[in-house]
Design a protein. Sequence first.
Length: 133
Amino acid sequence: MLMRWGFWRKPGRQKFEEAVYSMLHLLPVEEQKKAFERFVYESGRAASEIGFWLFDRRKAAAVDDSEVTCPVLVIGAAEDRITPVSVVRKVAEKYQGKATYKEFAGHAHWVVGEPGWENIAEYVNEWLNQIGD
């Protein structure tokens, strides 16, 4: 989707094959279809500001990490084709002292719906309980 000229000017939606490659590749085929049916159009502008942040003069996606004072959980998925763990690790490093980084092997971008999502949910729940004490 990000490679189509002018994508930033209008809402866009991935094609099924693109969604499978980028996010749904660890799901069984029937689950891929069900998940894709729930996809909606997304803002081309927001995708541009996030995906090509370096070229955004307004810095719409910039975060002043000194303003973030709460604990931050940063989750990486070893088989993520959209946000590689090398990038996710850098996000965690940005919030050094505030961030907990957890990487999940055998998962990709669609961590909330992939087989084994329950383990991730359990980890998040435990993390929330820890910071709530």
